[in-house]
Ligand binder design. Structure first.
Ligand SMILES: Cc1cc2nc3c(=O)[nH]c(=O)nc-3n(C[C@H](O)[C@H](O)[C@H](O)COP(=O)(O)OP(=O)(O)OC[C@H]3O[C@@H](n4cnc5c(N)ncnc54)[C@H](O)[C@@H]3O)c2cc1C
Length: 404
């Protein structure tokens, strides 16, 4: 136990960085967040918040803020074939029946997280360019010439993390062969749309999904299509709306009607990565996409980043600076039994949605079995797991993969 609060420096003010800041403050740890952008991001479209992370955010006091901007997703959610025939329901509750499932605009979630932090915690315009550390302290260097010292550094700097190289050697991403077109359409342009629904249409090598965000005022769509030419791995690259519409011509009427309303879209090249060999080096630890970037086919990227922050906060609570490297290793041990499986299952789920996981009958069976997997995923309470682990319990058993 320590007689002074630990000082944590978080690099990256995305969902992972801001959620970690909230979680750490909640447990008495001093936090500064350094974000490269001049202001917290407007870029991005829909992200899912599932029961496994919503219960954590609610405990941090965000229940009302999220209820105001989230769009509830419930039992109208379903998987369809490209012609609209229904394959089955999408699980939207945990095993207790609690529906903690929101579609959220990324900017709304970032705003809610930032509003929960006192002024001065987040420092924008700080692009981290280097790190040094010794047995006592870690020092960050920024492109603006400033420096910062802390007992630990949390690299929440996303998929193109600059701090990852201080932990592991280069890990080249693998192109998944698929590109995602994404964007938003106002709900009121589609009078017959099913409300409060996450919907997925699955075709040969492609899939299309829609869910509501911003209190249901906007529909977030993503169309996944195969391509042999690599697409840049960026959240802000502008896509071609005509190509998008052509890719889904002849699909179920709600899909083509929505696409007729698209004025502009972004595209995003989907790259896959193997689990990293390590997440920590001394006083530096990776979190969120910097630690475990995953394909988007389980919608868990933001959720796992949020879980990471909660686990770290529980394990660091009450610890002194000298204990930091060991605590960070324990955090990695606790978290990666879960995230390694989710990274792999996200890849498998994408194959299923693209009807590339065997016969169509097998795909439909796996979709049904994936419901059990989703309940396991949503039931997990990272705070309870981290408290038990902190108190001497074992690392929980890994998630059970969907049977092949
Ligand atoms: C601009 C943007 C838009 C996105 N849009 C979507 C979307 O529409 N749908 C979806 O499902 N997911 C989206 N994501 C990804 C999603 O937010 C993440 O997969 C998930 O939330 C995990 O978040 P993270 O905090 O680990 O990483 P990120 O959300 O990527 O956040 C990383 C943060 O670190 C900052 N950063 C990076 N390098 C440095 C540096 N050197 N110094 C300081 N700061 C740095 C970045 O500016 C960013 O704010 C988007 C991510 C970004 C960055």
């Amino acid at each position: 136990m320590s007689d002074r609060p630990l000082r944590a420096a978080i690099v990256g003010g995305g969902i992972g960085g801001l959620a970690a800041a909230c979680a750490l403050r909640h447990r008495g740890i001093q936090v500064s967040v350094f974000e490269q952008a001049p202001a917290l991001g407007e870029i991005g479209a829909g992200v899912f918040i599932y029961p496994n992370s919503l219960r954590q955010l609610e405990r941090m006091g965000l229940r009302d803020a999220l209820a105001r901007v989230g769009a509830r997703v419930g039992p109208a959610s379903r998987y369809c074939r490209m012609d609209g025939s229904v394959v089955g329901p999408i699980v939207t509750t945990d095993s207790s029946g609690w529906n903690g499932f929101y579609g959220m605009h990324r900017a709304d979630l970032l705003d809610a997280l930032a509003a929960a932090l006192p002024d001065g915690v987040v420092r924008t315009g700080h692009r981290c360019v280097g790190l040094q550390q010794d047995a006592d302290v870690a020092r960050l260097e920024f492109a603006n010439g400033r420096t910062a010292e802390a007992d630990l550094v949390i690299a929440a700097d996303g998929i193109h993390s600059v701090l990852q190289k201080y932990v592991v050697g280069p890990m080249p991403p693998e192109y998944s062969g698929s590109r995602a077109y994404r964007g938003l359409v106002p709900r009121d342009r589609l009078p017959n749309w099913r409300d409060e629904a996450h919907q997925v249409w699955m075709g040969d090598g492609k899939h299309f999904m829609v869910f509501p965000v911003r209190s249901g005022q906007l529909l977030n769509y993503v169309g996944f299509v195969p391509t042999s030419s690599q697409t840049v791995e960026s959240w802000s690259a502008v896509g071609d709306r005509d190509e998008l519409a052509a890719s889904f011509a002849g699909w179920d009427a709600p899909v083509t009607e929505l696409l007729a309303q698209v004025e502009s879209c972004f595209w995003w090249g989907l790259y896959d990565r193997r689990p990293l060999p390590a997440w920590t080096a001394g006083r530096l630890v990776l979190l969120g996409d910097a630690a475990h970037p995953m394909l988007p086919h389980l919608g868990q990227g933001a959720n796992q980043a949020i879980e990471d922050g909660v686990a770290l906060a529980v394990l660091l609570e009450g610890q002194g600076a000298a204990a930091v490297p060991e605590v960070l290793r324990r955090y990695e041990a606790l978290r990666r039994v879960r995230t390694d499986v989710i990274q792999a299952e996200a890849r498998r789920n994408g194959l299923r949605y693209d009807s590339r996981s065997g016969s169509l009958e097998q795909r439909d069976r796996e979709i049904a079995d994936a419901g059990r997997f989703r309940r396991q995923l949503y039931d997990y309470d990272v705070e309870a797991a981290a408290l038990a682990f902190r108190d001497g319990g074992a690392v929980p058993a890994p998630l059970e993969a969907v049977p092949a």
